[in-house]
Design a protein around this ligand. Sequence first.
Ligand code: NDP
Length: 393
Amino acid sequence: MRRISIFGSTGSIGQNTVDLLERQGGSEAYDVVCLTGARNIALLAEQAKALRADVAVTAVPDLLDDLKAALSGSGVEAAAGPEALREASARPSDWVMSAIVGSAGLEPGLIAAAHCGTLALANKESLVCAGALLEETCAAHDTRLLPVDSEHSAIFQALQGEDRGALERILLTASGGPFRNLTKAEMRDVTPEQAMAHPNWDMGARISIDSATMFNKALELIEAHVLFDVTPEQIEVVVHPQSIIHSMVGFADGSIMAQLGPSDMRGAIGFALNYPERIKLPLERLDFATLKRLDFMAEDRDRFPALQLARDVMAAGGLTGAVFNAAKEAALDAFIAGQIGFLDMSDLVTYVLDNMGPEASDIQNTVSLEAVLDYDTRARRKAGEWVGAKAPR
Ligand code: NDP
């Protein structure tokens, strides 16, 4: 039986992964090694019992007793805290889903990359912060890295069987988020609740707000640059409000290959879970007569500065991605906490990049996890200074 682990099983990607595993035979078909979560202990215990996992880990040490109580009598081992997460990441698996949100997913993903056959990567932050380190770890351990982000899964699918030398450009589609049609002035006072309401995709709160600022697309630009080994100039962002085309690739002969599907992450997760096979998935089927039209427009770097920042980060290289991501996460925390406004988020990230970018871009060789985490910590501290000077608004 295939051994499976899910890091971040209680989140949006994690729950969709569990749903697919259960539909594909659950504990009868898979040997589930490890499931992890943070605060949602009831769901973590429920999943671990249903899938008969060897171990369930919460990242929050104080919640160990709650987890133990919820798993009592089930035979599932309970563990908590960063060391337990590291130990679980090192348990051999054949397929691991990396779906912890934010840079907290970096270390478990890196450790798992050395102990699993296939790493299905939803945690795009790993590639933004430490792309070279993750790719080298996978190469050293013969681990297959499969993208789970719908855009990158689409690009990966469109490249199947193609001559990579003929790849000319990547067309990364973006819904434009809930504020696609707002002016900058109208965006100034939007609330976290409004920003969380993505028009097409049902996702976790943080990535939904990142979609509204287009920081999510900014991370995806960097992710595509690392994963597909293309220059920043080869990646275009195409705003496509219906989110039906998940992304496209253009070849030297002018042909374009696109991957289409409903806005349901189980498509990309199911592809990674069953690769290289394609099996029947429980997704709605597209009906073009109902869809009628697909719209496209150019990216707007003035209203969405995150896209230009990502291009600056790619040009700078080194550890600038780690600084960018940490500043972005700190800005998101401050926005959710009501300390800064929606438009302040890109100003804050710009400030941190201006201060730390040149130093971070000097570190061009493959670096250690410690170096990445050091820049992450310092960038968050720098962001905190900016927030402190700004708040109360
Ligand atoms: P969610 O916020 O829904 O879930 C995050 C998961 O991580 C939960 O299991 C959560 O536990 C756990 N978690 C939170 N904080 C920590 C921490 N400090 N240490 C360890 N675990 C933690 O996120 P999503 O599922 O939306 O996103 C997960 C990843 O996938 C992100 O990197 C995102 O960018 C990427 N992604 C998501 C997509 C989506 O459709 N949602 C699409 C493409 C990529 P708990 O809930 O128990 O507190």
